[in-house]
Write a protein that binds this ligand. Structure first.
Ligand code: FPP
Ligand code: ZN
Length: 314
């Protein structure tokens, strides 16, 4: 089996930051804060967060902040959204700089997006999705502010999105999808409500995602894709069923998706690499305790030492 090309992946991630006028940077413009979170978390898992200067990252993150409402946009001047607010909080947590935030204001923004039925909208435009329930619960937990929302109602809404196959969808009745399952199981884990998950039924659905090539897919009949090494594996770990898949075969699949020359990981072998799949691959390997990587927390999607610093600092 090949090895993880750690140094090349570090170089690849650092180089994307510098190539601001590349095509990838252009199409990813509105996702900049998300992209920064994926890239920086990957560097930290590879023990190389020191390759970037926090004095450059943190002022840029704060330029994406909308002081009037308390949320973050995907880039400077963009409209605030829960997806980017979570990324901003996660990036600040990685650098241990939550202190730059007005926690009252940011947590007030997040809490203000909860609806009467416990669900969350992503922004003022009103789309409801369990992705946003996850973003809100994860973000508020990192900010020690879960008391600002009705957690019971938030949990009940997520449970109302559970399907007969044990999986979860984006809204009640929505098709089970591994990405949404991560969001629902992650939010329930953080809220201390994993007893609301049917572990055997969901574990069965999740482990059936492993394809002949060793990779995982996101739904029945779809091709394997490295990103599901994160969405599926993190969920299996949270419900304590990770031994139901073949880790060896999955590790091989991920390592086969590396660009061994220029660094980066793609969705499947021989495709073009991107920063998202580089994160998903490295994070998946971290979940499988690949040697030399920091361990990632499956619910917070941050290295375990960062999560411990948030909750157990003296
Ligand atoms: C599938 O993506 C993924 C999801 C639906 C989950 C997205 C979760 C978040 C945005 C929450 C934040 C996540 C973390 C880790 C902090 P897709 O649209 O690529 O699915 P497809 O393969 O069906 O197209
Ligand atoms: Zn993918």
């Amino acid at each position: 089996m090949g090895e993880l090309e750690s140094e090349k992946h570090v170089k690849y991630i650092v180089s994307i930051e510098k190539k601001k006028d590349s095509f990838e940077a252009l199409v990813m413009e509105h996702l900049r804060l998300n992209g920064a979170y994926w890239g920086l978390t990957t560097l930290d898992l590879l023990h190389k967060i020191s390759a970037v200067d926090p004095e450059e990252v943190i002022p840029w993150v704060m330029k994406c902040y909308d002081e009037d409402c308390g949320g973050f946009g995907g880039n400077i001047g963009h409209d605030p959204h829960l997806l980017y607010t979570l990324s901003a909080v996660q990036i600040l947590a990685l650098f241990d700089r939550i202190d730059v935030l007005d926690v009252e204001k940011v947590s007030g923004y997040v809490a203000g997006l909860q609806n009467e039925d416990g669900s969350f909208t992503g922004d003022i435009w009103g789309e409801i999705d369990t992705r946003f329930s996850y973003c809100a619960i994860c973000c508020l937990s990192i900010l020690h502010s879960l008391d600002k929302i009705n957690v019971d109602k938030a949990v009940n809404f997520i449970v109302s999105c559970k399907n007969l196959d044990g999986g979860f969808g984006s809204i009640p009745g929505g098709e089970s999808h591994a990405g949404q399952i991560f969001c629902c199981v992650g939010a329930l884990a953080i809220a201390g409500s994993l007893h609301r998950v049917d572990r055997d039924l969901l574990g069965w659905w999740l482990c059936e995602r492993q394809c002949k090539d060793g990779g995982l897919n996101g739904r029945p009949e779809k091709l394997a894709d490295v990103c599901y090494s994160w969405w599926v594996l993190s969920s299996l770990i949270m419900i304590d069923r990770v031994h139901w898949i073949d880790k060896n075969k999955l590790t091989k699949f991920i390592l086969n998706c590396q660009d061994k020359e220029n660094g980066g990981i793609s969705d499947r072998p021989d495709n073009a690499v991107d920063v998202f799949h580089t994160y998903f691959g490295v994070a998946g390997l971290s979940l499988m305790e690949y040697p030399g990587l920091k361990t990632i927390d499956p619910a917070y999607a941050l290295p375990v030492d960062v999560v411990n610093r948030i909750f157990f600092r003296k």
